[in-house]
Design a protein around this ligand. Structure first.
Ligand code: SAM
Length: 460
């Protein structure tokens, strides 16, 4: 069966269990799958978005402890295996609380022969812990199928390494001595046993005579004081130290980082950049089935890879849309977004918190900091996004009446706002009269119908 032509990057709002089935039906296959699912360790803190879809998914996972969690993951990993190319790579991000269970399950589903590395990413510096060695790393399991793309990554040599080994210098630059003759452990090779400039190594040379001559003519052979030949390895010609399975050079997203979106499990772009560069080439397709605030999508986009992101939370998907908007992706129509509510019926069916998030996102406003309405306000504008500071109240109901205006007036005056918005499906006549009365007292309350918001008629 041939792979489907994948034309457009895709953001999918929904449970990945179903979304992965849909991808399979469309015969879409990825070159790289990276997933950073909710961890076993954070069971009490793990609910990131707080919206109902995520909370439901959270409850399913935790109904019966670690085995339920592993089964929950296994079901999904099997589907991921079906949408991974025969030449694909797979990375699963987890932490030491469940990594041993996950590794056995991954070996079974993906094939233990495809296991390549267990990466340890140091995500924080050491801190004191009274009863155990502090856990400061996450684990990333790397599996790859045959002919998977592999572009080794390098780091500049450390200054200590350079000063220890690169001890020589000539007109071309700083260099170190490297082997050009064979050692005892390599054994003899008749075609490499020859005399050159009066020197005959006991176990022979590492290359044929012609090559040694070329290097020598190019002044790339150094002779030690004891008369032993070495190859000159110039520092500026080296790629650096190959990145190993221990990653200590990528800090977590700091509270002041420009990439920070204010969400605790956000992974640093540098981490995704390393994975994506190592295991894909331009135009390859990357899939993140638990994409959170879209770190993998943003990096894939910047590196000219194609991508699909799936998350169960509408709030997460809205956040990713904003993140991609900053990269110009919305203006250029670089991706399609599916699964988000698009009709009044769907909006009415949303859980209250999701509905509220949807409205605030549509209005390009800021969420109220508290999950429960903040002094009667669900969202607000400050002067960084709007000419006036203004409060927003969201009602997921029809025929909102004048009492809502009265309560909102109190909340706005308490917050010293001069302007506010009430968003609902419809308003009574009395509500309009009440806003006119309040306006006379210097407070501008605007009534916004969800339908107008949905149709894009409201321009804030
Ligand atoms: C740890 S976060 C991913 C963080 C991400 N790597 C980043 O850098 O932003 C896990 C995500 O999985 C999502 N999630 C949980 N259950 C899901 C499911 N069944 N299907 C799709 N996404 C799910 C959550 O909404 C959350 O955003």
């Amino acid at each position: 069966m041939k792979n489907n032509q994948f034309n457009k990057n895709l953001l999918i709002c929904g449970d990945n269990l179903k979304a992965l089935d849909d991808l399979k039906k469309q015969r879409i296959k990825a070159d790289l799958i990276y997933l950073d699912p909710p961890f076993f360790s954070n069971r009490h803190y793990e609910v990131v978005w707080g919206d109902e879809a995520e909370v439901r998914s959270f409850k399913d996972r935790w109904a019966g402890g670690i085995h339920v969690y592993i089964e929950w993951m296994k079901e999904r990993i099997k589907k991921m295996a079906e949408v991974l190319k025969d030449s694909g790579s797979f990375y699963l991000h987890c932490d030491p609380h469940a990594s041993h269970h996950l590794k056995i399950m991954l070996d079974n589903v993906l094939g233990h022969q495809n296991f390549r590395s267990e990466i340890h990413w140091q995500r924080t510096s050491s801190h004191s812990d009274s009863k155990k060695w502090p856990n400061i790393h996450d684990t990333i399991f790397y599996y790859a199928r045959e002919r998977a793309t592999w572009n080794p990554q390098y780091l500049a040599h450390s200054p200590e390494y350079v000063s220890k080994f690169y001890r020589y210098k000539d007109d071309r630059g700083v260099y170190r001595h490297d082997h050009i003759i064979r050692s005892a452990s390599m054994g003899p090779r008749p075609n490499l046993a020859y005399e050159y400039k009066g020197y005959t190594p006991k176990w022979g040379w590492r290359m044929l005579r012609d090559k040694v001559e070329v290097l020598d003519n190019d002044n790339r052979i150094a002779w030690s004081k004891t008369g032993r030949p070495y190859l000159k390895r110039y520092l500026h010609e080296q790629k650096g130290t190959m990145v190993s399975s221990l990653w200590t050079d990528i800090p977590p997203v700091s509270p002041h980082a420009t990439e920070r979106l204010g969400y605790p499990t956000q992974k640093p772009e540098a981490l995704l950049e390393r994975i994506i560069k190592a295991s894909t080439n331009k135009n390859d397709l990357i899939l993140d089935p638990f994409c959170g605030c879209g770190t993998a999508m943003a990096v894939a986009h910047k590196l000219n890879r194609k991508w699909i992101g799936i998350d169960i939370s509408p709030t997460a998907i809205s956040l990713i849309e904003k993140r991609l908007d900053k990269l110009g992706a919305i203006k250029r129509k670089d991706f399609d977004s599916i699964g988000m509510p698009t009709t009044i019926t769907e909006l009415k069916a949303l859980e209250p918190f999701e509905f509220q998030n949807w409205v605030i996102n549509e209005m390009r406003a800021k969420q109220s900091k508290k999950l429960v309405a903040d002094m009667g306000l669900n969202g607000y504008y400050d002067k960084t996004i709007f000419t006036e500071e203004a409060g927003i109240q969201v009602k997921q109901s029809e025929k909102v009446g004048r009492n809502v205006v009265d309560n909102f007036e109190t909340a706005l005056r308490r917050g010293k706002y001069k302007m506010g918005f009430i968003v609902a499906f419809s308003f009574t006549k009395g509500t309009h009269e009440e806003t006119a009365r309040v306006k006379g007292k210097g407070l501008d309350i605007k009534l916004i119908r969800v339908e107008d918001l949905l149709l894009g008629k409201i321009k804030i």
